[in-house]
Design a protein. Structure first.
Length: 380
């Protein structure tokens, strides 16, 4: 089996019980702002084939803003301002969901619509509620069609691109695979539109500095909001959740079938699955605060230890006990994320101290750690 076909095999129904497929605006909506219905019919036919083969499929679909902007006659594809984007999303989402529902119904499949905001997946309780809804819909043979709720999202509380949303939905759905249908057929050593010597990377096990240097934030279409950088961020989220992620060209008819035949794309291989709570922590895009630590604490964390106050050198943010915080190395890089055992004020009181000195500073018995290893996940 060639390397390319080896990629496709990991996303086949017999190897991947649950699959998330993300479709970008530039693929689904033409430059005039109309749905590319013939192409979408081919995608739905591909999905139907997979569903009939026993695979449970969820769709993350962009396109509402682009579609709504055309109907409202808004400049710059509806992205001239936040207000325009919200109005375009509210208008376009109706047509987008209708198109999906009609085409899936023609294949004998029931569609469901789920609109989420960043907070819905960053808050643990709401995340679990979303996960339960996805699980039930997929078990019933329904194809959920998911999009960010751009009509209420703001710059401060939004994913900003559906690549990362798809990876987070993959985590919530406990999917084994995520496919990003894109305007490019994978990650290249350089931007292939600018460098004719660029070559496609077939397989990525670790997203290191070398891989990140290959990313390009540009998008040829000007319609979508994500580039290769967002796809690498999505891949890191998927990997942490134990799912493979593939970047595949959507510029073909029946793109999922074409991928199954030739396997052309880039796969980011899943890492051995962490617990579901730790996968959720690793995939978060926001944190309430940050604790900086010394070099010795970084070594201890990477060896599997909890974060102790003795290794902390600084506290930033206004967080409460139980909030998600980041742990930073002396250079400012984020090395871990976890649930704080203290609020920010108490954490600041005890940094650099050992446990026998903490009670007098706190006025109560200190806890075993600032962040316990059971509620901590390493990043990178």
């Amino acid at each position: 089996m060639s390397n390319d076909l080896h990629i496709a095999a990991r996303f086949a129904p017999d190897a991947c019980a649950r699959l998330v497929v993300k479709i970008g605006s530039a693929l689904l909506v033409d430059p005039s702002g109309a749905i590319r219905r013939d192409w979408l019919e081919g995608v739905v036919a591909d999905v139907a084939e997979r569903v009939r083969a026993g695979q449970q499929v969820a769709i993350v679909s962009s396109g509402a803003i682009a579609l709504g902007a055309r109907r409202l006659g808004l400049a710059k594809g509806g992205r001239a301002s936040l207000e325009d984007a919200q109005a375009a999303a509210a208008t376009g989402q109706i047509g987008l969901s209708q198109a999906w529902a009609e085409l899936l119904q023609a294949q004998g499949i029931t569609a469901a619509q789920i609109l989420v905001t960043l907070d819905d997946l960053e808050d643990r309780r709401r995340y679990l509620n979303a996960a339960a809804t996805l699980d039930r819909l997929l078990a019933l043979g329904v194809v959920p069609v998911i999009n960010e709720n751009d009509s209420v999202a703001t710059e401060e509380i939004r994913f900003g691109d559906n690549d990362r949303l798809a990876a987070r939905i993959g985590q919530a759905a406990h999917a084994q695979g995520v496919i990003l249908l894109s305007d490019i057929d994978g990650l290249y050593t350089a931007n292939p539109s600018r460098d004719p010597t660029a070559t496609r990377i077939v397989e990525v096990r670790e997203i290191d500095a070398r891989i990140r240097a290959m990313a390009d934030s540009g998008s040829d279409s000007g319609m979508g909001s994500g580039g290769m950088i967002s796809k690498l961020q999505a891949a890191a989220i998927a990997q942490a959740g134990g799912a493979h992620l593939a970047i595949v060209s959507g510029k073909r008819d029946r793109p999922l079938s074409a991928f199954a035949v030739d396997g052309r794309g880039t796969i980011f291989l899943a890492r051995p699955g962490a617990g579901r709570r730790k996968a959720w922590l690793a995939g978060r895009l926001t944190a309430r605060g940050r604790i900086a630590v010394d070099a010795g604490a970084v070594v201890a964390l990477r060896a599997g230890s909890s974060l102790l106050a003795a290794g902390a050198i600084g506290v930033d943010g206004n967080f409460a006990r139980g909030d998600v915080i980041e742990i930073a190395d002396p250079a400012g890089g984020t090395v871990a994320r976890g649930l704080s055992e203290y609020d920010a004020a108490d954490a600041a009181r005890i940094i650099g101290t050992r446990s026998d000195a903490q009670a007098s500073l706190l006025g109560y018995a200190p806890r075993a750690a600032m962040v316990h290893r059971d509620h901590l996940v390493l990043l990178g």
